[in-house]
Design a binder for this molecule. Structure first.
Ligand code: AKG
Length: 318
C-alpha cells in the first residue's frame, strides 16, 4: 500500500487515515484564508511575546516526559525557536470558523462518530533551528488493555511519556481504538527540511507507545504537504515535530478532536471568554462540549434539553 500523499479525494483520505494512521487533504484552505489565518496568528504571537506571555522553547527546554507541555520562555532558555500560541478559540473569528469546516467534520466523524468534541485548538510556529521532538502519541492517557489475571492499575495513574515495549507479536492481541485525532492545518508548506511532522506509518495499530529515547530515523517519514492542507492523524500514531533545518518558519494550526465521552484537553467551560461564548453558534458550542451526550455526559442538572445553559440549572428548592 503506498503511503499517504496529498489528495483532494476524501474517500481516499479516509482510507489512508484508517490504514496508515494519517491522511493529507490538499487545497482545503484558499490563498485568502491562508493569508488571513497566518497574519492573525503572527500578530497574536508577536503581541504575546511583547506582553511577556509567549510560550516558547529552544532545543534544550523540551521535556517530553514531564507533566507540562510547554515551558514558559525566560532569558535563560535558548531562544524563541518555537512559539506555541494556545487556545485559539478566543483569539479571532478566523480561527473559530475552522471548527465547523466540512472536511474536518467528515474525517473526524469517520473516526470518532458524529458527536465528536473539540479537545484543543492551538498553533505552532517553528522557526529556523526549531527542535526535533521525541515521537509520542496523543492518546498516551488511554488505559491499556490488560490481562484478566492481573489486578488493574489505577486508570488515573498513567503519565505522559510512559513506554510500552511489550509487543508479543501476537496478531490477535486486542488494542484500544482511537478516541482522539489531531489535525495540522498547514499555513506554510510542511517539508522534511522545515520540520514537517515525522510519523511512523501504521504505528497506530501497534498497541504500543514509542520509546522516547529512540529517534526512529529508519521507520519515520515526514508528512510533506503544501500550504492550505488539512493533515489528520489518529491519536495512537507515533509522531513528532521535525527539526527545522530551513531558513523559514513552519506555521500550522492544530485542532484536536475527541470522542464525546472523553475529557477535553482544554476546559472550554472555563477557558471560553464570555464575549466569544455569547456570540458562538449552537453548533460551535456543541463542539465545545456545551451539549449533553447520550443523555448522560456533560449534564448540569438543568430542566430539559441537551444544550447546556446555566439559566436552566435547578438549584435548592422547597
Ligand atoms: O508540530 C508538529 O509537527 C507536531 C507537534 C506535536 O506532535 C506536539 O506538539 O505534540
Amino acid at each position: 500500500m503506498p503511503l499517504p500523499g496529498p489528495t483532494t479525494d476524501l474517500d481516499h483520505a479516509e482510507n489512508d487515515l484508517f490504514d496508515h494512521g494519517y491522511c493529507i487533504v490538499a487545497d482545503v484552505l484558499s490563498q485568502t484564508e491562508i493569508v488571513g489565518l497566518r497574519s492573525r496568528l503572527e500578530e497574536q504571537a508577536a503581541a504575546e511575546r511583547e506582553a511577556g506571555l509567549a510560550y516558547e522553547f529552544g532545543e534544550l527546554s523540551r521535556d517530553t516526559g514531564g507533566e507540562n507541555f510547554t515551558v514558559r520562555a525566560d532569558a535563560s532558555t535558548m531562544g524563541p525557536k518555537h512559539q506555541f500560541v494556545g487556545v485559539l478559540i478566543n483569539k479571532g473569528a478566523v480561527f473559530r470558523d475552522l471548527v465547523l469546516h466540512p472536511v474536518a467534520d467528515r474525517l473526524a466523524t469517520a473516526l470518532l462518530g458524529a458527536d465528536w468534541v473539540l479537545s484543543a485548538y492551538d498553533s505552532s510556529l517553528v522557526r529556523p533551528g526549531g527542535p526535533q521532538q521525541a515521537l509520542h502519541t496523543d492518546q498516551w492517557w488511554m488505559p491499556r488493555p490488560q490481562r484478566r489475571d492481573q489486578r488493574q492499575r489505577p486508570a488515573g495513574d498513567i503519565r505522559r511519556g510512559e513506554f510500552y515495549g511489550d509487543d508479543d507479536g501476537e496478531p490477535d492481541r486486542l488494542i484500544t481504538p482511537a478516541v482522539s485525532c489531531t489535525s495540522a492545518w498547514t499555513l506554510s508548506p510542511f517539508t522534511a527540511e522545515n520540520g514537517a511532522t515525522r510519523v511512523v506509518p501504521g504505528s497506530h495499530l501497534s498497541g504500543q507507545e514509542p520509546d522516547p529515547a529512540r529517534d526512529y530515523d529508519n521507520e519515520a517519514v515526514s508528512i510533506e504537504a503544501p500550504a492550505g492542507s488539512f493533515i489528520l492523524w489518529d491519536a495512537r500514531l507515533w509522531h513528532g515535530m521535525g527539526k527545522n533545518r530551513s531558513d523559514a518558519e513552519r506555521a500550522g494550526l492544530y485542532t484536536v478532536y475527541n470522542a464525546p465521552m472523553s475529557r477535553t484537553q482544554i476546559n472550554w467551560q472555563v477557558a471560553l471568554l464570555p464575549q466569544v461564548r455569547a456570540e458562538a453558534s449552537p453548533e460551535l458550542l456543541a463542539r465545545l462540549g456545551f451539549k449533553v451526550w447520550g443523555g448522560y455526559y456533560g449534564r448540569v442538572g438543568a430542566a430539559d434539553g441537551d444544550m447546556i445553559s446555566e439559566a436552566e440549572v435547578i438549584g435548592e428548592l422547597g
